[in-house]
Design a protein around this ligand. Sequence first.
Ligand code: GLY
Length: 337
Amino acid sequence: MRSRRNFIKQSIFGAAALGVAPSLVQASTKRVVTKPIVISTWDFGVAANQAAWKVLSKNGKAIDAVEQGVRVAESDLDNPTVGKGGYPDRDGHVTLDACIMDDQGNCGSVAALEHIAHPISVARLVMEKTPHVMLVGEGALQFALEQGFEQENLLIPSSEKAWKEWLKEKKYKPIMNIENKSFQTERLPGNQYNHDTIGMLALDADGNLSGACTTSGMAFKMRGRVGDSPIIGAGLYVDNEVGGATSTGVGEEVIRTVGSFLVVELMRQGYSPEAACKEAVERIIKKKPAIAKEIQVGFLALNKKGEYGSYALQSGFTYAVCTKEKQDLLIKGKHIY
Ligand code: GLY
């Protein structure tokens, strides 16, 4: 029996043999497009999607929806991996990373930003008000303050307590993924380990795509460490002709494979969102077979037709989907191990 991927390859080959561009073959196939739609990583994506849906359901733009959506996770003080309340670096500084990308290929990003609770909104202003794509550290803070953002202490008491616990042993090798069961603190009982970056992708009523990604990064990271989340192509990529992708988990491995760009390019070649995410995860395993079993990386993708899918290295990855039909769908991602 032919695998789906083989079938796709054969279809593309067949189209080339006929001298017809694959995209024309696909365009001739009638498909129903699901729009608007918003999808985002992890359980906390359900609440974030609801905020995005308020924009999308009124025929709002995808770029506004994803910014409003992920701000919900940034405001959630019970979430130790995004925004205010995120765990600090090994020296006690909460440093935030975020990026955003619209349907025109415009993008903005901030990395290692301190004292500002909504890095995604700063990233959007980097996109809209500067000639640059990325601002980092002191410069990002200076820009945020110039734009009127409030400077505040992001290290809340529960995060400070967890950091002080960590300081007793200062194990570095840091814990790579908050899903790791050894990461037990009073603050994170039971299954609340399934928390990481929020990555969100939306297709609006006009059929335009945008995405956003925001995180406090790896808990107790080295000062200055930046992961995949603010890096366009790694933590997030959107191409309005094809689709968008975002990632969660150990950012270093996602950067090494330029993961989200890879997923979008695979979708351009005809892969389904799920098959593209699976292939990206398999690249990580191929490059790092020794550590791939020890870490979590997940990809989430949405294509131009409103089809979505995900794949992760480990079990435990979830993602939330919101459409007109279903407002609070939470799906268990497929996984390799
Ligand atoms: N994926 C989030 C990070 O590695 O910082």
